[in-house]
Design a protein around this ligand. Structure first.
Ligand code: ADP
Length: 245
């Protein structure tokens, strides 16, 4: 039995002849948390765009739970169980954290009926648990616009989790956060990693050290090396790529 949730084989993505990804191979075990680092222009965003179906491969293929994602529309890939967190939070600022999470739980259901329902639904119980997981149970009922940047980021991660994805893609979750918020986000991702497969793209090496078991370094559209944080940081090719920036 193959325990890979994601397999990327010989993937090339060309934009007008320029190879943003170049014969890239990558795989992620089910339940694994992987951090991807790499200098600007290495292809990290394109890598996520390929997995979510925003960009189609020029060559090669992406298998999610053994299924080839070729030509499957972005929204259908999301429904297959891939959730993506972008850099800037996309929460509804006029709604409370609880309402934001309820909406996410009920993406495909009757939203108004859910908001005005008097009896607790299983979703409302899920939301209660999620509010605790993301550390917003004490701020569950204030407008999201009053939350700090870090709290909004954690709320959005909660909103993704509310949609029950198997694979979470998280793009630079701690950009602009304080040290304390960064550590909280790290703890949250580690907690989520107990029940999800997660790929995190990150620049902040202190944060990478906090969460990473295995790191993949991208460079010029290909995997430069993979290993634990010490192996990667001491790899002369990685040092050269970063010093050469
Ligand atoms: P990273 O996220 O690691 O900074 P990107 O995936 O954004 O890297 O970009 C990789 C390379 O591909 C860059 O040189 C970028 O300019 C180029 N690129 C990305 N998207 C496009 C596009 N739509 N058209 C042309 N070039 C692109």
């Amino acid at each position: 039995m193959n325990n890979k949730i994601l397999e990327i084989e010989n993937l090339t993505v060309s934009f007008d002849g320029f190879k943003a990804l170049n014969n890239l191979n990558f795989s992620l075990d089910a339940g694994e948390l992987r951090v991807i680092i790499g200098p600007n222009g290495a292809g990290k965003t394109t890598f996520l765009d390929i997995i979510t179906g925003k960009v189609q491969p020029t060559e090669g293929r992406v298998l999610f739970k053994g299924r080839n994602l070729r030509r499957i529309a972005e929204h259908k890939i999301a429904r297959l169980g891939i959730g993506r967190k972008f850099q800037t939070p996309r929460v509804y600022l006029n709604l409370t954290p609880r309402e934001n999470l309820e909406l996410s739980c009920n993406r495909n259901k009757n939203v108004l009926a859910t908001l005005f329902s008097k009896t607790p639904t299983s979703e409302q119980k899920t939301v209660k648990g999620l509010l605790e997981t993301i550390g917003l149970d004490l701020k569950a009922d204030i407008p999201a616009q009053l939350l700090s940047h870090g709290e909004k980021q954690r709320l959005e991660i909660g909103m993704l989790v509310a949609q029950s994805p198997d694979l979470l893609l998280v793009d630079e979750p701690v950009a602009g956060l304080t040290d304390e918020e960064t550590a909280q986000t790290g703890d949250l991702l580690l907690a989520l990693a107990e029940s999800h497969s997660i790929i995190v793209i990150e620049h902040d090496m202190e944060f990478v050290r906090q969460i990473a078991r295995k790191v993949t370094v991208l460079h010029q559209g290909s995997v430069l090396c993979e290993g634990n944080i010490e192996e990667v940081q001491n790899d002369p090719r990685v040092i050269e790529v970063y010093l050469g920036q």
